[in-house]
Every structure is written in C-alpha cells, then in structure tokens.
Write a protein that binds this ligand. Structure first.
Ligand SMILES: [Zn+2]
Length: 479
C-alpha cells in the first residue's frame, strides 16, 4: 500500500529561474566572471534568449544537476599539476581520485579515467624514495588507499557502462533560431539539427518546457543512450500543424508523427491543424510508449494519442476542450500508470481533470451539446472525468476556469486553477489525495483581496466562504 506520492516531476515546485549573470553568479556564490568562465569551460547550463541583448537564463534545478555532475569540482588542466606537486594525505588522494572518475562519468570519456588511474602508482613510487623508518606503515597505508580506490572506481565504471561499451548520452538541449542543439552533460555538443522552416522560439525555453513539454531526452530503445523527442511547432502556422519528431542519439531523424486529424461535430468541422500541448512517456504492456496531447487551433478539441517507440499510433482519446497539463503517474498505486490531464471542458464550461488508462482509453468524450460532441467515434472511455467548481469571480469574468498547473508533492496532488485570466494570480488550489478525493481547497491571497474589494464595492453580497463551498462541489461524469 502506497502511503506517499512518488515525486519525479516535482522539482518544479521549488525550481526557480535566474534571469541574469548577476543572479546566476550570486546563486553559485562566485563572481560574474567566474560564472561566465564556468559556462564556457565547464558546461554550466546557461541559456541565451534570442535577440541582440544576449539575455541569459538558468534554472536552479539545472544548476544543481550540474553541480552534482561534478563539473564544479573538476580539476582543469591548469590546476591539476598543482595538485600532483602537493603531497596529499591518503584520504585526500583517494578523494581526488574518485572525484576525477565521477566527474568524467558524465563526460563518457574513458581517457580521463585512465589519466586518474595513472596517478596512484606514480605517487607510490615517490613515497618509496623517502626511505625513512615510516616507510613500511606508510606504504601499507598507500596500498590500502589503492585497494579502496579500486573498490570505488570499478563499480563506478560499471555503472557508467564503460567497461561494457562507450555510449553517448546527450543530456542537454537548447534551441537557437531554427536549430536544435543537443549536448553532453559537460556541454560538449553531440549533434545539431537545423529545421528547414522557422520554429516558434518561445515554445523552446526551459521554463516553458517545464510547464508545457516540447522536448524530452530519454532512452526509448533501452540502449543506454538518449533519443530526443521534439515537438515541431512551425512559426509559419502559429505553432500549429505540429509534428512530434524522434531523433536517434546521434541526431538521425527516426520518425515523425503529424498530430491531430480532421474531425467534426454536428455544427462544424475541424481540419488537421493541431499544436502539441504536452507529451510524456508511459509504460504499456511493459514497453515504453509516448502519450501526446494536441489541440486544434480553435479552442477545442484535443487528441490524446498513444504512440509506440516507432511513432506508430496505437490508440487515441478525444476530448471536447483543452488539456494544458499532463501527469503520468501510478497515483492510486494499482501498479499501472494513469494519465492525468487537466484543462477545460468547453461544453460544461468548467475546468476539468480527466484520468485515462493509456492501455484502454478510446473514443471521444460524451458531451451534452451536439455542437461539442465529436462524431464518428466510439463512446469515450476514460477512468475519471471531474468537473471543477468555479468562484463567483470566474463566473463574472470568464466563460470557464482552467486547470493551469499540476503539482505533485509528497502530501498531495495539487491542482492550480486559474479563476481570472488577467491577472493570472487569481487562482484556486485543489488538494487531492492518491484516489483523487478532494482534501482541501485554497485560494490565492490575491483572490481573497479581490473578493474583499468586491464585497466593499457591493458587487457581491456573499462571503468568500460561499465560493470555497462551490470549489468543494466537484462533479464527476460517470460512464
Ligand atoms: Zn464570491
């Protein structure tokens, strides 16, 4: 029985974006110049915005990952000679040695490991030259260190896969103009691909990718190297007519999937002009698959397609609305992953959460209004369909509220719902448990303030408690 959530995607909660060299340097506790040198020489993950001003961005999560990769403590060619001239204590020596190896593990460069390994015998030689009474215990201590080093290093090499075969594991990405650039963890470029048509640059910032995934580096075929899934959003068509592309670890285009398809309701037809909202990886029958949610350029519908790792569509589910959020997790702990999709139901005029079983989802959502009911599909098969309550502010201001963000914390599955679209800070927050039972409702302080103002201005004649009650009344569409 699961008692807590697993939290793979929730680094995003505490993640922060740093938007200048000053902020980045200050976060790292160094000067701006040092940070810039680290970017150039040690692969510090800094992203440049397009445009002449050369603005930079860095995400705290990436900086932390970079620190963990060991690049920060890596001894460069300049400072390693100094180290070898010192006579470090055995513990220092062992530490230096393992650092070298762990650092180069991310680099996938066996030459560096050999360089590290050669340090120890050379030093043992220099120890024996001292020839004093302390020689024997000293040497013994040294060989102990050597054994210790081997004990540490061999498993490291094994886990890095070097003793088996050298593989490329590109792990960083950036988009410059119409070029996708994929790099190793140390910043060394692995490959690049220039698209023949302009792509929509704002779709490919790190920040945007975190909330609305457009790029994913993941090992789809289990060979230890990362393939790259890339949502191609052409600028010419306003990011619509999108395709999901899959590149090999060396940058060869393996396949592409044109999202969406021409569909119709009783009152209108929809051409195959869809943009990619989100995608993710899920396991179906023991094999990785790709789940991709794509929205028509009008306000609905959304296609949720399940693809195999060759890009072939396996099944699909259609939703008459929008899905901005996708979370793939086994929240209920039944041993199978569910897909949690958040957005809006247009026909019901409310924010919605839909839970799909990627292995059995099918058809089109059942809608009360023929204008929204997609035709020619089997009745939609979803695990759950929740319609969320609205505040009076949303009812006055907009046609519907919209799920803006999913946050999975160790305590709860928190759904951030936008109640007003300008400003965006007017949110309600619904806390669910693993079975999607509502535990708690909160609203942003800005929403509280707005409601108080409306009460003072006599634009509403009820307390906020009434809105909280509305938010607690979640409707479920049953099948
Ligand atoms: Zn109210």
């Amino acid at each position: 029985v699961r008692t807590s959530f697993l939290v793979p995607s929730l680094a995003s909660l505490s993640d922060k974006e740093l938007s200048s060299w000053k902020e980045i340097a200050s976060y790292l506790g160094v000067g701006v110049r040092t940070a810039q040198i680290w970017e150039r020489e040690r692969g510090l993950p800094v992203h440049r915005l397009p445009g002449p001003r050369g603005q930079v961005r860095a995400r705290v999560s990436e900086l932390e990952e970079w620190k963990r990769s060991g690049e920060l403590n890596r001894h460069t060619k300049e400072d390693s000679p100094t180290k070898t001239h010192e006579t470090p204590s055995p513990t220092e020596e062992a530490r230096t040695f393992t650092e070298n190896v762990t650092n180069s593990a991310g680099v996938a460069n066996p030459a560096l490991a050999n360089e590290g390994a050669s340090l120890l015998p050379a030093r043992q030689g220099s120890v024996s030259e001292t020839g004093n009474s302390a020689r024997l215990p000293h040497t013994r201590r040294r060989s102990g260190v050597w054994l210790l080093a081997v004990a540490i290093v061999v498993p490291l090499l094994l886990s890095a896969g070097w003793l088996l075969w050298p593989v490329q594991r590109p792990s960083l990405w950036r988009v410059e103009g119409s070029t996708l650039i994929i790099s190793e963890a140390n910043g060394q470029e692995a490959w690049r691909h220039t698209f023949t048509e302009p792509i929509t640059p704002e779709m490919y910032t790190l920040r945007y990718n975190e909330a609305r995934r457009k790029i994913l580096l993941t090992d789809l075929n289990g060979d230890g190297a990362n393939e790259v899934l890339f949502a191609l959003m052409p600028a010419k068509t306003g990011a619509f007519c999108a395709k999901l592309l899959c590149f090999s670890n060396t940058g060869r285009l393996l396949w592409e999937f044109q999202v969406g398809k021409a569909v119709r309701s009783a009152t209108r037809s929809f051409e195959q002009v869809f943009g990619i909202n989100q995608f993710g990886i899920t396991t179906v029958e023991g094999k990785p698959h790709i789940l991709v949610a794509s929205k028509h350029y009008l306000y609905f519908p959304v296609q949720v397609a399940l693809l195999d790792t060759s890009g072939r569509p396996v099944r699909e589910y259609w939703h008459s609305g929008d899905f901005t959020q996708l979370l793939i997790e086994d929240l209920d702990g039944d041993g199978r992953e569910e897909a949690y999709l958040g957005g809006v139901s247009n026909a019901h005029r409310a924010a919605t959460i839909v839970v799909l079983d990627p292995a059995s989802m099918t058809g089109a959502s059942r809608e009360p209004d023929p204008a929204f009911q997609l035709q020619g599909f089997a009745p939609g098969k979803a695990l759950r369909r929740l319609l969320l309550g609205r505040t009076c502010i949303n009812e006055k201001d907009a046609l519907y509220n919209v799920v803006h963000e999913f946050n999975l914390t160790p305590e709860a599955f928190i759904v951030d719902v936008h109640e007003k679209f300008n400003p965006y800070t007017l949110s309600s927050f619904l806390h669910f448990d693993q079975k999607l039972r509502l535990q708690r409702v909160e609203v942003s302080s800005q929403l509280v303030g707005e409601h108080e103002q409306m009460e003072r201005d006599r634009r509403v004649a009820h307390p906020l408690a009434q809105d909280l009650a509305q938010l607690r009344s979640i409707k479920e569409i049953s099948y």
